[in-house]
Design a protein around this ligand. Structure first.
Ligand SMILES: [Zn+2]
Length: 272
């Protein structure tokens, strides 16, 4: 699943191609991807220009004339560029008709992707962004903030870091890396995390996400942010995905467990 660095990689590559393009119309072949009212979505998006593309958490935010178009890639959503008239792939579920007969197509094998079209003056106060937590690089992300959020939670810290209403943008891969770098056992209860550990988590979240963004994200399994776009951070991962491998610090075998259904990689010696 794409996390913050992968989403930023997608945005960078889209911006090079479609900034200041107009969305002339949109065709939707799988209705459930559109979370807003479908007819309104199709009607209102017409003839709006794409002025900027940013991110909020793992959402792509297309800033149009009147509205924002929010897109979440979920498991395997990605974009392809085609010319008008090119044969539609069966996994291309939404087609945006742009300038010069270019089509931006949303390709999603799992069909879990989601799109909203919302008034640009109010979108931060509406679903899905209204309860979003702090970004990894927000200066309000302090040990006091994180400690307050965690102190009432009895769930594992691994699960709390996936909670987008606390820190947004972290997914399964970077979660494992952050906890390894912080020397914290992923099973540790959130309310047992000290303020000092909160600071370690915040610092390492920043370090690992910045590094991953520089590397263009992580390419594993089926995820590529866009056709022909491959991140390189998988070569810098310390524990996540390291089956039959040893800890880079102590040579202890890396352990794999499930926490709340998510595969979790860690070193039981280094992460007490
Ligand atoms: Zn170790």
């Amino acid at each position: 699943m794409p996390e913050k660095p992968e989403v930023i990689t997608v945005v960078k590559s889209l911006k090079q191609k479609i900034l200041e393009d107009t969305i002339h119309s949109v065709d939707v072949y799988w209705d459930n991807i559109i979370a807003s009212n479908l007819d309104d979505f199709k009607r209102n998006i017409k003839n709006q220009k794409i002025h900027d593309i940013t991110t909020r958490g793992k959402w792509l935010v297309f800033h149009l004339d009147k509205d924002v178009l929010l897109i979440h890639l979920r498991m395997e959503g990605k974009f392809t560029f085609r010319k008008a008239g090119d044969i539609l792939n069966k996994h291309e579920h939404v087609v945006f008709h742009l300038d010069d007969d270019v089509e931006l197509r949303f390709h999603d094998v799992r069909k879990f992707g989601k799109m909203y079209l919302i008034d640009k003056n109010n979108y931060l106060n509406e679903v899905p962004l209204k309860n979003m937590g702090l970004e990894y690089n927000d200066k309000n992300l302090t040990s006091d903030y994180l400690y307050e959020k965690l102190k009432t939670k009895t769930i594992p810290i691994k699960t709390s870091l996936l909670d987008q209403s606390i820190i947004t943008g972290i997914g399964n891969i970077y979660d494992d890396e952050i906890l390894f770098m912080s020397g914290i056992n992923p099973k540790k209860n959130s309310n047992k995390i000290t303020k000092k550990e909160c600071q370690k988590i915040i610092d390492n979240t920043y370090i690992v996400l910045e590094k991953a963004i520089k590397a263009g994200g992580t390419t594993i399994k089926s995820f590529t942010s866009e056709e022909g776009v491959h991140g390189l951070f998988q070569h810098q991962l310390l524990v996540h995905g390291k089956k039959n491998d040893v800890c880079p610090n102590c040579n202890n075998p890396i352990e794999i467990i499930k926490i709340n259904g998510r595969s979790t990689y860690f070193c039981s010696k280094c992460q007490k």
